[in-house]
Design a protein around this ligand. Structure first.
Ligand SMILES: [Zn+2]
Length: 128
């Protein structure tokens, strides 16, 4: 290996997006990374929340997943729809596995995958 990592995914944490201004800043951050070929805009494959009602199952997907081409980290990005806040968070391999498992279990359990995303709780502002 011996390759120097140039990304800073490790130091970054998730954040809630509580203003239009922040949203535009974060959006532009990701767009720049994609333009520079550091991040890839990938398909959002799994929901972050599954609501299981009497007669229906609703799956909630975030707006974007960005894959860091350097370290493989997936960043999940959901735009705010005020008064609902948006957010950015890391998805770990563990998170992905949990989401797949919960999805496969299907209608037996109601779950909120949101709560399982540990990085979401560990909020701090990013340093640009
Ligand atoms: Zn990275």
């Amino acid at each position: 290996m011996g390759k120097t990592m140039v990304c800073d995914c490790e130091e970054r944490r998730g954040v809630k997006i509580d203003s239009e201004r922040n949203f535009l800043e974060y959006k532009s951050f990701f767009e720049k990374k994609v333009r520079r070929n550091l991040f890839k805009d990938v398909e959002v494959k799994l929901p972050y929340h599954i609501y299981i009602g009497e007669n229906e199952i609703e799956e909630w997907f975030s707006d974007k997943w960005f894959l860091c081409k350097e370290c493989g980290q997936i960043w999940e990005f959901d735009a705010p729809d005020f008064p609902a806040l948006g957010w950015i968070r890391k998805i770990t391999k563990e998170d992905l596995k949990n989401r797949r498992l919960e999805k496969e279990k299907g209608e037996k359990i109601a779950l909120n995958l949101n709560l399982k995303i540990t990085h979401f709780e560990n909020l701090k502002f990013w340093n640009w």
